[in-house]
Design a protein around this ligand. Structure first.
Ligand code: B12
Length: 482
């Protein structure tokens, strides 16, 4: 889907889900399209797709905050050609298929495919061709007697049966991280941790499955062959087995694939559990480490079922920086007991430990997560079901001391005050001296002037409201209404 979160504008990865599904579909003419690459010319791009590829089946991949757009695009496509079969899949479909089927939101969809669909999508296509029975496709919801019939959930796949993603059938290019071509791959699926704000458990249970090292190396070679200079790893918690991750790093180095940059998300406990992992990661080409710090208050870590990881946080930060890798610090604020100072202490900590990028999110009561039940019970959810706002950027909750707007404002103020754009960290300076110079000599003065002009005669709150107003329309795609 074309929807984006302001914080992710520099990130344009291909969607691995549909790359994998198309990589596992045999005997058909299949392509994938990331609408984020054409988000400013959506309807004309979609019309051209229909003319050029004459699709008989179109699949839609959507997270919860993207579901509304998926529904509107499916409606738009049905208005152009009602015979095209439409299939909804991905996180929101897997979490909310029953509700979607009952509340009318499934209107423009002929099928809902839940859970892992690398292989089930092919089974659905066989059924559409009349070569299989809809009722036999595990994880499928299909129309029967005017309403949706839901087949049993799909058991988790044996990863050794999943073929590599297809990276040669992307209708548009432009995937990038900064100015370099970006691609994405996975080495494992799932996570065993009990964090109650995460949707993973609903997709994969608390199971952790891994691909063979040989498959991972082949996947990297495949992505490099398509020109990737940066590779993001989609694993939720590759550091669940640090020993294995070390072996993967060594295999990447031995295969000579340490000639590109890697971006990965890791846990603090995983990194802190080994004295050699960070070093091996650096040697293998890892550059940007998304570190799940989440929060620096023991009370909030307890609320999020993260356990007291404060010491692991400090150790992980030290090890990653010692090996000259950059940290994208994951931060989750807006927990039930939070006052302004509780939130500020996270930004102060990130500043003190020179976290290179702040990826701050407001706790979001994603559907079917444990934290949602708790926050609803506590009467702290202020936006129950407008899922368009469910992406960590917006406040969909309040705390016992801050209402949603105050929470949004405190986040905005602190992000500005501790911006790593205006205060460059030592590791960033070392890794990107030219970008640093560009920042100091050009970008910062330019942004300062722009900010000053924009806030002339306005209070800080007015500037804040204006900026939120702008972001509020980021994913409107009004052209879909015509
Ligand atoms: C990589 C990733 C990102 C990347 C790239 C996202 C992208 N465009 O693909 C980045 C870093 C940009 C990102 C950002 C965000 N992400 Co993210 N992300 C992930 C992550 C870690 C991996 C996704 C992935 O590629 N998995 C591997 C593929 C193979 O699995 P899959 O996506 O589940 O796909 C399978 C099924 O879902 C299904 N399926 C999926 N699509 C389709 C489509 C059809 C037609 C069918 C039939 C089936 C199907 O079949 C696929 C193959 O088995 C997931 C967690 C996870 N491990 O899945 C979180 C996750 C998807 N992200 C999440 C969120 C919330 C976000 C953000 C909104 C918020 C945030 N700040 O993190 C932002 C917004 C991004 C934006 N667009 O602006 C949540 C979504 C929760 C929800 N209920 O919607 C997840 C689940 C994390 C979580 N812990 O809860 N993300």
């Amino acid at each position: 889907m074309p929807d984006m979160v302001p914080a992710f504008r520099g990130w344009l990865p291909p969607n691995l889900a549909i790359s994998s599904i198309t990589g596992n579909l045999r005997g058909h003419d299949v392509h994938m399209a990331d609408l984020i690459l054409v988000r400013n010319k959506l309807t004309s791009s979609i019309k051209n797709l229909l003319i050029e590829y004459k699709p008989e089946v179109i699949g839609f991949s959507a997270m919860s905050f993207q579901f509304n757009t998926a529904r509107r695009i499916a409606e738009f496509i049905k208005s152009l050609d009602k015979d095209i079969k439409t299939v909804l899949g991905g996180y929101h479909a897997t979490l909310m298929y029953k509700e979607i089927a009952e509340d009318g939101n499934a209107e423009p969809f002929d099928f809902i495919l839940r859970g892992e669909s690398d292989l089930s999508f092919g089974e659905l296509i066989l059924a559409i061709e009349g070569k299989a029975i809809y009722g036999d496709v595990m994880g499928l919801s299909f129309r029967q007697n005017g309403k949706f019939a839901h087949n049993p959930p799909r058991p988790l796949e044996d990863l050794s049966k999943i073929a590599l993603p297809n990276r040669t059938n992307r209708v548009w290019q432009g995937y990038a991280f900064g100015i370099k071509q970006l691609d994405i791959f996975e080495t494992s699926r799932g996570c065993t941790m009990p964090c109650n704000f995460c949707s993973m458990n609903q997709m994969y249970g608390r199971k952790f499955r891994t691909y063979s090292t040989d498959r991972v190396i082949k996947d990297i070679a495949n992505a490099k062959k398509q020109g990737a200079k940066y590779l993001a790893i989609a694993d939720d918690n590759i550091t669940l087995n640090p020993r294995r991750f070390e072996e993967l790093c060594d295999a990447i180095t031995e295969a000579g694939h340490n000639d590109i940059g890697y971006i990965v998300q890791t846990s603090c406990t995983g990194i802190a559990s080994s004295d050699t992992l960070a070093e091996k990661m650096a040697r293998a080409g890892f550059e940007f480490i998304f570190l799940g710090i989440e929060n620096v208050s023991e009370r909030n870590l307890r609320i999020m079922r993260k356990g007291n990881i404060i010491n692991s946080i400090k150790r992980a930060v030290e090890l990653i920086h010692k090996n000259n890798m950059l940290i994208i610090g994951g931060m989750i604020i807006g927990n039930s007991e939070d006052k302004e100072e509780d939130i500020a202490q996270n930004y102060e900590f990130f500043d003190r430990y020179n976290i290179d990028f702040i990826s701050d999110q407001i706790i979001t009561p994603y559907p079917k997560t444990g934290i949602r039940e708790e926050l609803i019970k506590a009467g702290l959810v202020t936006n129950l079901d407008d899922y368009r706002k469910y992406n960590g950027f917006w406040a969909n909750v309040c705390t016992k001391y801050l209402d949603s707007e105050e929470l949004q404002f405190v986040k905005w103020k602190n992000k500005k005050k501790y911006s790593t754009f205006y205060k460059t960290t030592p590791t960033f300076k070392t890794r990107f001296p030219l970008v640093y110079l560009l920042r100091v000599l050009l970008l910062r003065p330019y942004c300062r002037v722009k900010d000053t002009i924009r806030s002339l005669g306005k209070t800080e709150k007015e500037v804040f409201l204006e900026e939120m107003g702008h972001f509020n329309h980021l994913n409107d795609f009004n052209e879909l209404n015509t």
